[in-house]
Ligand binder design. Structure first.
Ligand code: C2E
Ligand code: MG
Ligand code: MG
Length: 414
């Protein structure tokens, strides 16, 4: 595979040799540079502790030797996968976790909650036996994540809640903006705000390195407010400059628990004289796949107030048609893992086509993320996707550069 994923390293932990080797091979086939294997939790831990280069992704089963005692732990007294996950998370031995298991979704969810509470981010889960179809999108997504936000391993970053708090009060967070265009004629339709931490010593820190901590320690509201305020005031400046674009802002699942959020956003739009439907809030598919009442209440209220609502990273979560039908989205953003380079991977095309079809069935606008080449653009246009976003169009840039970029952008770059 191409350059950018060079250096990504993964570890597969599975007590059974054959499935372990097959999984390792599938991961390698996706373009991951190095895939290590361990046959038990103990072996995995000692390997991780001795490893200097750092593991980006650990894929593990929750049980080894197929059994776990009722009291927890393994029947033979060894360490089980749950304990492994906890210890890896506590000592920051890997950046992302992928669970492969026969266990039901409830078990996976609680282990995932524990891992992310301890700062180990989830890369998803797959059911065993693992098929390339189920694993590949998750691995490609990790590769994509790594390209945009080269994983600053928790080990080497050490961001503290105190630092985040200080950064909020001293306004070190700035949104950059990435343009989005119509697939048919290339006209500019919107920009997405993507937060960066302008750190006095470390330079520009990508969201992956601090958003999970901000979420955990309750600082998301402060950060979301900064991004909303700055994005909407920029929207006004662009409007005054005659650039007619929508502005979209990302929200975490946590933000949806704040029932006053919709009113705050609508008030900001009104105060800056921006039509409410020109502000789009993006929420990931994973954040809305829940039966809890508050997220849906907040989504409904956002729509009632006339704001746009996008489902982000679509196609990688587990949303069912029924769940999506209950939610008042206006657009779907198809995850880059399903988009980038799919023209040269025909086996993925059906997944992409299905995602676009599903969005259309629901009457939603479709936006493809991760357009990195003309071939990506052409394929998505051919499949009937409405709008495109990605490095081939433009990388995220400081707000000050958007006006110049929009003037220089040719409607028909192809
Ligand atoms: P996202 O909302 O799905 O944003 C798209 C990510 O893909 C961005 O990464 C963007 O730089 C990257 N990207 C854009 N085009 C391409 C491409 O052609 N190829 C590849 N490989 N990547 C591309 P970024 O800025 O690192 O943001 C990562 C995630 O962090 C975002 O994913 C979003 O979920 C979250 N995030 C960013 N800003 C905010 C924010 O203000 N609030 C919240 N709650 N989350 C944010
Ligand atoms: Mg987004
Ligand atoms: Mg996305």
């Amino acid at each position: 595979m191409a350059e950018p994923n060079a250096g990504m390293r993964a570890l597969v932990v599975d007590g059974q040799a054959v499935p372990r080797r097959m999984t390792a091979k599938m991961i390698k086939d996706c373009g991951v540079t190095e895939v290590l294997e361990a046959e038990s939790a103990e072996a995995a831990l000692s390997l991780l502790e001795a490893d200097e280069a750092g593991i980006d992704l650990m894929l593990t089963d929750l049980r080894f030797n197929g059994t776990a005692s009722a009291a927890g732990g393994r029947a033979d007294g060894g360490m089980d996968g749950i304990e492994l996950v906890r210890r890896v998370a506590e000592s920051n031995l890997a950046s992302y976790l992928l669970i492969a298991t026969l266990d039901d979704a409830a078990v996976v969810r609680s282990v995932a909650a524990m891992a992310s509470a301890l700062g180990l981010e989830m890369a998803g889960h797959v059911k065993k036996p693992i098929s390339p179809e189920s694993l590949r999108p998750l691995i490609l997504r990790q590769i994509a994540r790594r390209v945009t936000a080269p994983l600053l391993r928790a080990r080497s970053v050490h961001v503290t809640a105190e630092e985040l708090r200080y950064a909020i009060t001293t306004q070190q967070f700035v949104p950059h903006f990435q343009p989005r265009v119509r697939a048919g004629d290339g006209s500019v339709t919107a920009v997405e705000a993507l937060i960066r931490w302008q750190h006095p010593e470390r330079g520009l820190v990508p969201p992956g390195a601090f958003m999970p901590l901000a979420d955990r320690v309750g600082l998301i509201e402060g950060i979301t407010d900064v991004v909303l305020e700055k994005s909407i005031s920029w929207a006004r400046r662009w409007q005054d400059a005659g650039i007619d674009i929508a502005v979209s802002v990302n929200l975490t699942g946590e933000a949806l628990l704040q029932t006053d959020l919709p009113k705050r956003v609508a008030n900001l739009a009104d105060a800056h004289g921006i039509a409410r439907n020109r502000i789009v809030l993006e929420v990931t598919e994973a954040a809305v796949v829940t039966d809890a009442p508050y997220p849906i209440e907040t989504l409904a209220r956002l729509r009632l107030l006339g704001l746009g609502l996008a489902i982000d990273d679509f196609g990688t979560g587990m949303a069912t048609l029924e769940q999506l039908q209950r939610m008042p989205f206006t657009e779907v953003k198809i995850d880059q893992a399903l988009v980038t380079g799919v023209f040269e991977q025909p086996q993925f095309r059906p997944v992409l086509e299905k995602a676009i079809r599903l969005a259309r069935t629901l009457g939603l606008k479709t936006v493809a993320e991760g357009i990195e080449s003309k071939a990506d653009w052409d394929l998505l246009n051919e499949l009937g996707c409405d709008e495109l976003q990605g490095f081939f169009v433009a990388r995220p840039m400081p707000a000050e550069e958007i006006e110049g970029w929009a003037q220089g952008w040719h409607r028909q770059p192809l």
